[in-house]
Write a protein that binds this ligand. Sequence first.
Ligand code: 48F
Length: 260
Amino acid sequence: MDEIDISKAIIEDFIKNFLDNLTVDVAIIGAGPSGLMCAYRLAQSRIKVAVFERQLRAGGGMPGGGMMFNSIAIQKDILGLFGELGISVRKYNEQIYVANSIETISALCYQAIKNGARIFNLMSVEDVVIRTDKICGIVINWSAVNWSKLHVDPLVVKAKFVVDATGHDAEICRIFEKKMEKKLITPTGSVAGEKSMWAEEGEKQIICNTKEVYPGLFVCGMAANAVFGSPRMGAIFGGMFLSGEKAADIIKEKLISLHR
Ligand code: 48F
């Protein structure tokens, strides 16, 4: 076995996939539970979707569970989805069920990839691509470049739709707002910032906050609550899954109307 063949196999396989994903239907920023759920549902509908994740591992805030107790709480109404993903759940009381956070994120990752989504880890999204009235892609670089503050110019991925699933910081919406001085489709026209913890309210509002906030740019997961100024909710995760699913549903509709 030649070491050069091992190296070439890795490089060629990666480059092929990377080139193939320079143009996608949907680019999702952030491989947390909401971004992965969105990717899974889109991929199930044969939509070309790629997820870009800054960290070494996918999962966002999920592997850490609540304060590093690696269990998560979920609500009864997403038991069907957990069944579909093959994740074991245990009943805690009438309202709350629990699952292992590692099992949950592993299942979601696996299903997203098996259905055709591509996940690029260790890549940071540092900007969006803009045309007169629409966002139409993302600007990417190796996370290591950003972390080491090297001056290296980025590359671009074109997408019909971009999803900000970056969690509490709503990083992409903030970058866009700051750089372009454009108004987002929110009550204030800007990113309101997340509010203090109120689990029930946060879980309710996240669904309605999941929407297009600028032509071509969607928010889901904690980024949606951050953009619209809704509360955080801690280690209960039902809303993250439902928000990712809703973002996928809206984008599917948009793609259908584009092709009409
Ligand atoms: O934070 P994260 O898990 O977001 P989420 O899907 O889920 C929130 C929950 O984990 C939890 C919660 C539950 O009630 O409140 O916090 O909304 O995942 C966001 C991912 O985005 C990545 C980040 O590393 C994380 O894995 N990310 C953030 N900014 C960028 C990014 C960026 N600019 N480029 C690439 N990835």
